[in-house]
Design a protein around this ligand. Structure first.
Ligand SMILES: C=C(O[C@@H]1C=C(C(=O)O)C=C[C@H]1O)C(=O)O
Length: 251
């Protein structure tokens, strides 16, 4: 996927492609109602595990994926990094593009909380159809897609830093978060992203029929929810990762 080098253009191309994964993930999760028992933190019926069915699935899936080498790729960040087993397979020598401090940045706790408290209620119907395991599985792949996108801010920040070192260095030394945020922000790019994801949600989420005419304007996920998700959460959290990364860039 990643090739040998990252540029601002290649990073942006990756973010555009990751939009597709996130929007399809939203469409998949929207097949199920909220299914709230999936998230019950006081679930005491899982043997040897204390926590929700979702956390159980995340924990054990991440363990097997870690053994298979998933987290050797610096683009991936686990939700439960504590006690993750090491990879047991030979792995590809990913280029050391990021500063080593990148490994310390993981905001998946906030992402998980945002997802459960803010995002799910925005696009999922109420109700309970009993498909808790399927619901948790679609939550996990969507969470992984959102997390990958947000933590990709590390790569974006590194590219920007290398392009204008002399602008970033004094702000990093001064620990000036606000100035760093302003310097890395491109309002025009953000506006295009927000518009494009709304449009993709219309294209990907429409009913398609063989006679060519697309039926009605009912979408599998509300396009304005997708735009909102990006505007309110995904872009700001990506920029937060960028700032955190830059603050540690000279350590
Ligand atoms: C990711 C970038 O950095 C910032 C964050 C953006 C985003 O999360 O989509 C878009 C523009 C910038 O404000 C970028 O410049 O592409």
């Amino acid at each position: 996927e990643s090739g040998n080098e990252y540029t601002l253009e290649s990073a942006r191309t990756s973010l555009v492609r990751q939009e597709d994964t996130i929007i399809f993930g939203l469409i998949e999760r929207a097949r199920f109602p909220i299914n709230s028992p999936t998230y019950n933190q006081n679930n005491i019926s899982i043997p040897h595990f204390f926590g929700s069915l979702l956390d159980f699935l995340i924990n054990d899936t991440e363990a097997i994926q870690a053994k298979a080498g998933r987290y050797v790729n610096p683009e991936e960040n686990p939700f439960f990094p504590e006690n993750l087993p090491a990879s047991v397979v030979p792995h590809y020598p990913f280029p050391q593009f990021l500063h080593p401090a990148a490994a310390l940045i993981n905001i998946n706790k906030s992402i998980r909380k945002m997802y459960l408290d803010e995002l799910l209620p925005m696009f999922v119907a109420s109700g309970d159809d009993g498909n808790y395991a399927q619901t948790a599985a679609s939550d996990l792949s969507l969470l992984q897609a959102i997390s990958r996108r947000i933590h990709y801010g590390k790569f974006v920040a590194e590219v920007k830093f290398r392009e204008s070192r002399k602008d970033y260095e004094p702000l990093i030394r001064a620990k000036d978060r606000e100035a760093l945020m302003n310097l890395l922000t491109s309002k025009s790019v953000e506006e295009i992203v927000v518009k494009r994801v709304g449009k993709k949600a219309m294209v990907f989420g429409q009913e398609v029929s063989v006679d060519g005419d697309v039926k009605g304007n009912k979408y599998k996920v509300d396009p304005s929810v997708v735009s909102n998700l990006y505007q309110k959460w995904i872009i700001p959290l990506t920029k937060l990762v960028e700032v955190e990364y830059l603050l540690n860039r000279l350590n």
